[in-house]
Design a protein around this ligand. Structure first.
Ligand SMILES: [Zn+2]
Ligand SMILES: [Zn+2]
Length: 452
């Protein structure tokens, strides 16, 4: 009549019946063993439809003329009523006047799938103080639950199943998504809700928010980042006026405060493409930075108003521009930019008058040259002692007075400009002091541009 291989049918029922004979299984835990079969179905639907089909077959057996077959039908219905907790089997047996016990607790999940609401409510409660667009549910299981499932799969040679972890993550995630109207994101979730549904533990891993931009420092005397007091190591002492800091404010803190107010984060980390000295200004289009906000409660902030808030708060000290959202990758790219070209403006004072020829010579000597710098003495306490070679591409000089000049230097990032002037006791070669043959010191230093 047909060439459909009829012998293919029945294996799902056969193996399901063997599982149920031995272990109580809820609809989810039975259906999960066939999770890769069928599409757009819940495991609970898979499990329930298998149980129903088995019950129908068993019912037909009960109607048989043969006593042995009838007895077998009743036996199967009893398995479905007890180990399968199938109400329809229970009712059928009752109608037939058979003695029938209650459904038993699922061997694999311990009844968890029927009782997920408290966990979901708990997670939603914890999420209340955060605003976010997407999340992911991670599941932590007691070892014995995973082991039990592994042994079960081996015992019944499960080929098309999925893990209980997977199913719990999906089922709980879907419910939270539905109730909060937020998307589940497997790639870059803003919040990972780590749940141990067996113990009720809920942990929120709130991923950092990254805001990138550029800053200008329009006055001198502010360090880039918070500088812990060297005397008390941050505990607070007379020297630091009990602030624990060397300087009352920093670029980092001036930017971070309004950002923490807007995002309600728990802390920040500041990353920038290099740094200028505390007494140097940072002008031009500013220096690229990324600020990482830890555990933000608000993410959907308007960067234009944030920019305004920062510039209002830090008025006359620093300014930010070009704010945009970034990620970890933005931080990594920033590190690569440390070697980007910089343009410096430095005012140099000599201990004697210098001639126009000397100025012209200095300009020539410091254009298209490689400077060899041994780590400056002033930073030796925090940097390894090594020799760096940095390019100067171009130097332009303007005389300001008999003893003073203004130098505009375009060079490779990482050049120590102050030492280029002084020579740092011979540790930087060549230097302005060495070329002129006079003592030279930097009076004012500005970064005019970070070319990145
Ligand atoms: Zn179960
Ligand atoms: Zn101190």
């Amino acid at each position: 009549m047909s060439d459909i291989p009829i012998e293919k049918f029945g294996w799902i029922f056969e193996s399901s019946l063997r599982m149920l004979e031995k272990y109580p299984l809820c609809d989810n835990c039975l259906g999960r063993q066939f999770a890769l079969l069928g599409f757009g179905l819940d495991n609970s639907e898979r499990g329930r439809s298998i149980k129903i089909s088995l019950a129908m077959t068993a019912h037909e057996m009960v109607l048989s003329a043969e006593k042995r077959v009838r007895e077998m039908g009743v036996k199967i219905l009893k398995v479905l009523a007890s180990h399968g907790s199938l109400k329809e089997a229970h009712d059928l047996l009752k109608k037939m006047g058979k003695r029938v016990g209650e459904g038993e607790t699922c061997f694999l999940c311990g009844g968890l799938f029927g009782n997920l609401q408290p966990i979901i409510d708990g997670a939603i409660e914890r999420l209340k103080e955060y605003t976010f667009d997407n999340f992911l549910v991670g599941i932590k299981l007691p070892l014995e639950v995973e082991e039990r499932e592994d042994e079960f799969k081996a015992e019944f040679n499960i080929q098309y199943g999925e893990s209980i972890k997977n199913e719990l993550s999906r089922v709980i995630g879907r419910e939270i998504s539905h109730r909060l109207g937020k998307a589940v994101d497997y790639m870059k979730p803003q919040i990972v809700i780590l749940i141990n549904p067996f113990t009720g533990e809920i942990d929120l891993h709130v991923n950092s928010l990254f805001i990138a931009g550029r800053y200008r420092k329009i006055i001198r005397g502010i360090p880039q980042s918070k500088w812990i007091c060297i005397k008390c190591n941050g505990k607070g002492c007379a020297r630091c006026n009990w602030t624990g800091k060397m300087y009352p404010e920093s670029v980092e803190e001036l930017i971070a405060k309004p950002i923490l107010e807007a995002t309600l984060g728990e802390g920040t980390a500041f990353h920038a493409a290099g740094r200028e000295d505390r007494d140097a200004r940072m002008l031009g289009r500013g220096r690229p930075f990324v600020i990482e906000i830890k555990r933000p409660k608000k993410r959907n902030i308007d960067l234009k108003s944030l920019e305004k808030a920062i510039n209002e708060y830090a008025k006359g000290k620093i300014e930010v521009l070009d704010l945009r959202f970034g990620d970890k990758e933005t931080v990594r790219k920033l590190k690569e930019m440390e070697g980007a070209q910089k343009i410096y403006r430095v005012i140099v004072k000599f201990d004697r008058e210098i001639t126009d020829e000397e100025i012209a010579n200095l300009e020539r000597e410091l254009t298209g040259v490689i400077i060899r710098q041994q780590t400056p003495l002033r930073v030796l306490h925090r940097r390894a002692d090594c020799l760096r070679e940095k390019h100067i591409y171009e130097t332009k000089i303007k005389r300001l007075s008999a003893n003073n000049i203004e130098m505009i230097i375009r060079c490779q990032g990482g050049l120590y400009v102050k030492e280029l002037i002084t020579g740092d006791g011979g540790r930087t070669k060549p230097s302005v002091s060495e070329i002129i043959g006079a003592k030279a010191e930097p009076v004012e230093l500005d970064v005019l541009e970070v070319l990145a």
